[in-house]
Design a protein around this ligand. Structure first.
Ligand code: OGA
Ligand code: MN
Length: 202
């Protein structure tokens, strides 16, 4: 069962690429929920937009269940993962927050960590891709590194693929997109800080 493979991989290496996490049909119905009103992603609680723009240039919209059934189904799948991870690893994951991200041609996200050990409560990152018919010419690959800055994997953002990794352990970057690139980035957190959302630690 695929969920067990994910749990094994998280235990052994801390990251996993799950192909065909959703079917193309499910990806298409999720795409129909993609919002029209995007805003520029920020990078911290006290960020300034100019600084943020040098680090990432994508646009985002936070997921909520009012966006439709496909989004609700997606969040249900994430809830299943949260429960299984907690059961296996006692990680105490408390809630999940996620946003659609749209990268237009030229958009990027420079190398960063989603959380710094001891400072943040993002523990497990998910990234799901919505790009049908992606080819190398479209760019926007996700590069994942270890804490010694050694490249671990280069992941193409192909439709249906889910990437999961420990938020504190894997610096990563998004190479410049050469075609529109759509994803859902999400984080399981250990407690309920909700009033000031931020997109990476700083
Ligand atoms: C992020 C992120 C990776 C991707 O939003 O924090 O690293 O492949 N996204 O979209
Ligand atoms: Mn990230």
């Amino acid at each position: 069962m695929a969920l067990e493979t994910l749990l094994d991989a998280i235990a052994e290496q801390g990251w996993y690429v799950w192909d065909d996490f959703l079917s193309l049909e499910q990806v298409q119905s999720l795409r129909e929920c993609v919002p029209q009103d995007w805003y520029r992603a920020r990078i911290g609680r006290n960020d300034d937009l100019l600084q943020a723009k040098a680090i990432r240039s994508d646009r985002i919209q936070w997921l909520n269940s009012e966006m439709g059934l496909p989004v609700q189904d997606y969040l249900t799948r994430m809830e299943q993962i949260r429960c299984e991870v907690n059961r296996d690893f006692f990680m105490g994951l408390f809630e999940y927050e996620s946003h659609f991200a749209q990268y237009q041609v030229g958009d990027f996200y420079k190398k960063h960590l989603d959380a710094f050990r001891g400072q943040e409560n993002r523990k497990l990152t998910t990234v799901f891709y919505l790009n049908e018919n992606w080819t190398e010419a479209d760019g926007g690959e996700l590069k994942i590194y270890d804490m010694d800055d050694q490249l671990i994997d280069t992941v193409a953002p192909v439709a249906g693929r889910l990437v999961v990794f420990l938020s504190e352990n894997f610096p990563h970057e998004v190479l410049p997109a050469k075609a529109e690139r759509m994803s859902i980035a999400g984080w399981f957190r250990t407690n309920g800080v909700t009033e000031s959302r931020f997109d990476i630690a700083h």
